[in-house]
Design a binder for this molecule. Structure first.
Ligand SMILES: Nc1ncnc2c1ncn2[C@@H]1O[C@H](COP(=O)(O)OP(=O)(O)OP(=O)(O)O)[C@@H](O)[C@H]1O
Ligand SMILES: [Mg+2]
Length: 763
């Protein structure tokens, strides 16, 4: 390891900066550690991210490094921007020029500079998951496999796993071929990598493995970056995969100024190859690593912390840590027990309104966290009904929409005409008479002659193709070439985009279709033009390749805006690193959270529990758990068993809405779906019947026509013997109508409606 110092003789270290006062002693020690490897493994909310930020400010302020010598890797681009702003606030202008961002964005930047050394052009495209899967599908077809049987998604996942472990096609052959699927994957992987190179494209995983290749094949290039990035800092280290580990290890090898912070209890991306071992091995890799614990949590109340602790200690594997807080005890956690998902959404929204009234909270003080994206819909509806603004983070991104991907593919061809996926996507979109047969002939020719598709269509005259199609292809190529010339001669991106939309007939086709859907698409395309205009205005040297790169690397959480006056809806995965005064963790049901086995993969309960831990520790003051007893899943209504996690939390901390403690199941039986024992655990905050108002709505003397009959699923009712309950289902008509009712104290009963003497409870 080489030591270095940047200080000229004249500028001795300054006295410790004032801002170190904002840190506790452990944090200060970590932030003012200037040389050598530093490891911080600490619990949620203990200031890990804050320490990284202050440490960078300290290095700069004390002249231990220039901004361009610092490389900070964060989990989202947004986190990087925030860090940059805070550093600027701490030390002023000195912060500009820092290299901060996600692994993908930082390494794609380096790859653009060095692309030629590994056989790419600097204008390479970045394939997103859809592009990768489409490319794989094409290869499957060419090899005569049926993509309905051998799913491109599965092959892509396997290739991606291999890449994340730095296993290249050659090694895959020898290491992984245990089954037919492995065998097919090996074949496809090899061809896929060649296709990517031919298309001058990299997929997301390549953005991590190509730098490793670059550095290993070109020690001079490695040394250049080692000398450049004298300090490397990595947030959320527990979620790095092997490729990320390797590339930063290579960069840090010369000076060993590498600082990583993380929390093994928050490792939630093993399905993407994240490897907790990276944290555990840090001390082996850097024997003289300094370790600083951070033990004080500044984010959450005592109850919330205790709750999180009671959950995570059920996991077998974890690093021993201490976490305490000086914050108030706070409120107990509230458990919402709901009949179905609509009931759940309404109740959550009511609590949001109550908290706003009681504590003066704003919409952006709330987060609703769920396990899977599809759960958002019902909450969106409930919030909309109550007129509460919300922001949805994740889901189908704007940039994944068909029309947006189409326009971006057009733009990509101006930068990288060799991008085969972009070309195939729009060569006949809108329809311009270049049919599938012609395209297949072109692809066959390209494969046979080992040529690029663009090369063939550029010289279409020589090709043996259907004549009218040849003419159309000629026009298409000319349009693209002309627009590229315009762009190169200085016409703005926006102008070129507008021209392209016109000349290609894309806009016209949308206008002519005139359906509501086509109009929405047109609006989206116009919105993309706004994004381009914004990019142009905010960059001194706006360049289309950079715009496309920025878009291709947007992550889910980048879209979260904490200043927007709106309730946040997001998955737990997307909530990592964030904090909110009030958090609702919804859908706490077996096979949802924790998620059961899926896509042929086994359930990973320890990881699900870490995910639950991440969710709990996002909360500052108020925390709600919620589950539903019924839920529509895959188009059918299912009875749901509440999550085993609810049986694991310290029961002293959780109360139902009516204030009673929750009863928990015997742990051993906690995963059974047996309904009778489960029924008895439900405790509702039942309202008293309003006799005067609703006394007519009784089934005693059955008098309703079906339309105004209030006895349907969801109605709260009172029975003279069984007490309060809620209708789950209704069957039959007229005199034969039956209802299945869930009674608070008596469990489930099926009753003849006409004889049941049920009374509607006012809700
Ligand atoms: N010494 C301190 N004084 C006051 N507030 C602090 C201090 N340290 C941290 N905080 C605050 O505590 C909160 C949690 O800090 P931070 O987000 O850095 O924790 P973390 O360890 O990165 O959490 P996570 O594990 O969730 O990523 C932030 O609001 C931060 O500003
Ligand atoms: Mg953090």
């Amino acid at each position: 390891m080489q030591k270095f110092t940047l200080q000229p003789e004249s500028s001795k270290p300054k006295s410790p900066p004032d801002f170190l006062k904002d840190l506790n002693e452990q944090q200060r020690r970590a932030a003012s550690h200037t040389h050598g490897p530093l490891l911080i493994v600490a619990g949620a909310g203990s200031g890990k991210t804050r320490v990284l930020t202050y440490r960078i400010a300290y290095l700069l302020q004390q002249h231990h490094a220039l901004p361009k010598q610092i490389l900070a890797l964060t989990f989202t681009n947004k986190a990087a921007r925030e860090m940059q702003e805070r550093i600027q606030n701490l030390i002023g202008e000195k912060a500009s020029g820092l290299w901060m961002g996600t692994f993908h964005s930082i390494f794609s930047k380096i790859l653009r500079f060095e692309a030629e050394k590994i056989g790419f052009d600097s204008n390479f495209s970045i394939y997103d998951t859809t592009d990768s899967q489409n490319a794989i599908k094409l290869i499957l077809k060419e090899l005569n496999y049926d993509p309905r049987e051998i799913k491109p998604k599965t092959i892509h996942r396997k290739i991606s796993d291999a890449k994340n472990q730095l296993i290249l096609p050659g090694a895959y052959q020898s290491r992984f071929v245990h089954s037919t699927l492995d065998d097919i994957t090996a074949k496809i992987y090899e061809i896929y990598q060649i296709r990517l190179m031919q298309a001058n494209a990299m997929d997301f995983d390549d953005l991590l493995i190509r730098p490793v290749q670059l550095f290993q094949e070109h020690p001079d290039v490695l040394e250049k970056y080692q000398d450049r990035f004298k300090h490397i800092l990595i947030d959320e280290y527990q979620d790095t995969n092997h490729a990320q580990y390797k590339v930063t290890k290579l960069l840090a090898d010369k000076y060993e100024n590498i600082c990583v912070v993380g929390d093994d209890a928050q490792s939630i991306y093993s399905f993407r190859g994240a490897d907790i071992a990276n944290i555990l091995n840090f001390k082996n890799d850097y024997e003289d690593a300094t370790e600083v614990p951070l033990e004080q949590n500044y984010r959450s109340t005592k109850y919330i912390l205790q709750c999180a602790d009671s959950v995570i200690k059920q996991n077998e594997k974890q690093i021993e840590k201490t976490l305490w807080t000086d914050n108030d005890e706070g409120d107990t956690v509230t458990l919402l027990e709901n009949f179905d998902e609509r009931d759940e959404a309404n109740r959550v929204v009511n609590h949001i309104n109550n908290l706003k009234l009681q504590h003066g909270y704003q919409n952006n003080d709330f987060a609703i966290l769920y396990r899977t994206n599809y759960q958002s819909r019902i909450f969106e509806e409930a919030l909309r009904r109550k007129g509460i603004a919300y922001q949805l983070v994740g889901g189908l991104s704007f940039y994944q929409r068909k029309e947006i991907k189409d326009v971006l593919s057009y733009l990509t061809l101006l930068v990288n005409p060799e991008d085969e996926q972009a070309l195939l996507r729009i060569i006949n979109e809108p329809s311009r008479g270049i049919g599938n047969k012609t395209l297949n002939d072109i692809l066959k020719k390209a494969r046979k002659e080992r040529r690029k598709v663009w090369n063939i269509i550029q010289n279409v005259e020589e090709a043996d193709l259907y004549k009218p199609a040849k003419a159309k292809i000629g026009e298409f190529v000319e349009m693209i070439n002309n627009l590229r010339n315009e762009l190169e001669s200085g016409t703005s991106i926006l102008q070129v985009t507008k021209k392209m939309m016109e000349q290609s007939g894309y806009m016209k086709a949308l206008v002519e279709e005139n359906s509501a859907q086509a109009l929405t698409r047109r609006d989206n395309v116009l919105e993309l033009q706004n994004a381009i205009a914004y990019f142009q205005q905010n960059n001194s040297n706006p360049n289309l390749a950079n715009f496309l790169q920025e878009i291709s690397l947007i992550t889910d959480t980048d879209k979260y805006d904490e200043d927007k006056p709106a309730v946040t809806l997001m998955t737990v995965h997307a909530s990592k690193g964030l904090e909110f005064p009030a958090v609702f963790i919804v859908g706490l049901e077996e096979n949802l959270f924790p998620m059961g086995p899926r896509d042929g993969e086994e359930a990973n309960t320890e990881e699900e529990r870490r995910l639950f831990y991440v969710a709990i520790t996002r909360a500052e003051k108020h925390l709600f758990f919620s589950f539903s007893k019924m839920r529509y899943r895959f188009g059918e209504e299912h009875r749901q068993a509440r999550s085993r996690f609810l049986d694991e939390v310290d029961p002293g901390i959780v109360r139902t809405e009516s204030g009673s403690t929750i009863r928990q199941k015997d742990r051993k039986n906690s995963s059974t779906n047996e309904s009778s024992s489960y029924d008895q655990k439900i405790e509702y905050d039942w309202k008293q019947p309003l006799q005067s108002k609703n006394s007519k709505s009784s089934t005693g003397d059955f008098q309703y026509e079906y339309d105004d009959d209030p006895f349907h699923a969801g109605t709260h009712v009172m029975h003279p013997t069984f007490g309060p309950g809620k209708i789950i289902r209704r069957s039959g008509t007229g005199k034969d109508s039956r209802v299945v009712v869930f009674f608070k104290n008596r469990g489930q009963k099926t009753l003849m409606l006409r004889a049941a003497k049920l009374q509607v409870l006012n809700q």
